[in-house]
Structures are given as C-alpha cells and as structure tokens.
Design a protein around this ligand. Structure first.
Ligand SMILES: Nc1ncnc2c1ncn2[C@@H]1O[C@H](COP(=O)(O)OP(=O)(O)O)[C@@H](O)[C@H]1O
Ligand SMILES: [Mg+2]
Length: 244
C-alpha cells in the first residue's frame, strides 16, 4: 500500500449510505437504500434497468441529494455537501456517458481533472502504464476517440483527481469484450493501490469477477447483499435476482 494513504477512518468504512430516500420532483426513486464500501474494497451494485443504480450514485455525489437518510465518505458527513466539495474530498466518478469535453484534447481533459486530496497522487505517466495507448492519443480531440479510448480518458481523469473511492457507472457499456476485460483489470489494479470502488454494472458476469461484495437493487430498493462469490457460484440465486 502506498505510504501517502493514511489509515482508514475510525469505524472502517470509506463510504456509508444509510437509509436514503431520493426523489426526482414528486416521484420517489430510492426507498431506504443502505450500502457500504470498505477501504480498498470493490463493491458491485447490480440490478435491472431503471432499478435506481445511477440515482444511488447521483445521491452519493450530491447531484440529486437524498430527502432522508445520510451519507458519509472518509469519516465526513457529505449528505448535503456540494458536488465539487465531495470531489475535493477524494471521490472520483466515471459517469455512464463519460462526460468528456469533446472539443478539447485528451491532454487538456486530463490536465483540468488534476487535484490534490489526502489520498495517493497519480501521474500521467502512471496512467500511460495502465493504458499504453493513451500516451499516443494525448493531442487528439476527444470527439474523435472510440468508446474504449474515451473510457481510458474517463478513468485516467478520475485517477488524476487523487481519489480514495471511484464510482463507476456501467463502465463496460458499449465496449468490445477485450476492452471490457481491460476495464475490469483496471478496477483490480485500483484495488491493489488501496482505492475503494463502487461499480454499477449490467454486465453481471464481469462485475462479479472483480467485486468482493455485491448488492442487487430492484424498484429503488436493495433486495440482496452478500459476497460476490455467492452470486458468482449460485446460478439459481443469480437467475432469481438478476435473471442471468
Ligand atoms: N432525471 C430524472 N427525472 C425523473 N425520473 C428519473 C430521472 N432519472 C431517472 N429517473 C427514473 O428513476 C428511476 C431509476 O433510474 P436510474 O437511477 O437511472 O436507474 P438505473 O441506473 O438502475 O437504470 C427510473 O424509473 C427512471 O425512469
Ligand atoms: Mg443507470
């Protein structure tokens, strides 16, 4: 583990979501959702389309604050903290639509993401070690990149923000199987560096390969929680909860 990484906060959780209810206008989308991610732990959040997975990430990031319940990150209450302060505290995000500035170069997209937190600092050189193609793309405009290349930029951008936790929203969406494997390897690499990960996936098999624990959501509620190995090994349970 990197020397820059200080010991985990008392109580042990990097992220703790406790009994949150979240609404879009009048419509309630999350019902009493609770989940935890330990330091250096990879946790999968699974479930069908519309279950509330993205809304859970949006609640954690302060983009759609919960009406009830609380969220703590790295021993700080972040329930009503503005998104930029949550990011400054060391929360990284790889959004489902990647949100890269299309008319800027890769280099520019990466340089504006750089920040210092209490967690390990990452260099561009280390990102090139993970994604060897990235170095050769630095002067390209992002709108000309393939889906897989954009995902490399999105993940590198999260790393350059010195995260203690990275939230991934369907990182394998739209990517070729080989690129999906690269993304999953990167998640394992982050874990080996002591970074905690919460990964939302429709690609159940890939997520369960890399996760330590898994939650399943349906209709805005957590309907299952357990070791990832349990869902990986128990085809009956997997079919019952996820239909795969
Ligand atoms: N901006 C929004 N306004 C209103 N309803 C929304 C909005 N975004 C998502 N929803 C609804 O919230 C529910 C959960 O959506 P979402 O969190 O995106 O699910 P998932 O990521 O699991 O597919 C769905 O019924 C969806 O239609
Ligand atoms: Mg979603």
């Amino acid at each position: 583990m990197n020397a820059v990484l200080k010991p985990s906060p008392a109580g042990g959780d990097m992220l703790s979501v406790d009994h949150i209810d979240t609404f879009y206008g009048e419509s309630q989308v999350l019902f009493d959702v609770s989940l935890k991610v330990g330091p250096g732990e990879v946790v999968a959040l699974l479930g069908p389309n519309g279950a509330g997975k993205t809304t859970t990430l949006r609640s954690i990031l302060g983009l759609t604050a919960p009406a009830k319940g609380s969220i703590s990150f790295d021993a700080q209450d972040i329930t009503r903290m503005p998104t930029h302060e949550i990011a400054q505290a060391g929360m990284g995000w790889v959004p489902d639509d990647r949100r890269i500035f299309p008319t800027l170069t890769v280099a520019r997209n990466l340089s504006i993401a750089r920040k210092t937190t209490r967690f390990r600092k990452w260099s561009e050189k280390e990102c090139f070690e993970i994604f060897s193609a990235l170095e050769y793309l630095m002067h390209r405009e992002c709108e000309n990149l393939s889906g897989g290349e954009m995902q490399m930029v999105a993940i590198s951008r999260a790393l350059l923000g010195s995260p203690g936790l990275v939230l991934f929203d369907e990182p394998s969406q739209g990517l070729a199987p080989k690129v999906v494997q690269d993304v999953m390897k990167t998640i394992t690499r982050l874990k080996s560096e002591g970074i905690a990960v919460l990964v939302v996936e429709q690609n159940v098999q890939s997520a369960l390969q890399v996760a330590d624990r898994a939650y399943v959501m349906n209709l805005g509620k957590i309907v299952h929680e357990g070791p990832a190995a349990q869902l990986r090994d128990d085809a009956g349970l997997r079919r019952q909860l996820l239909g795969v």
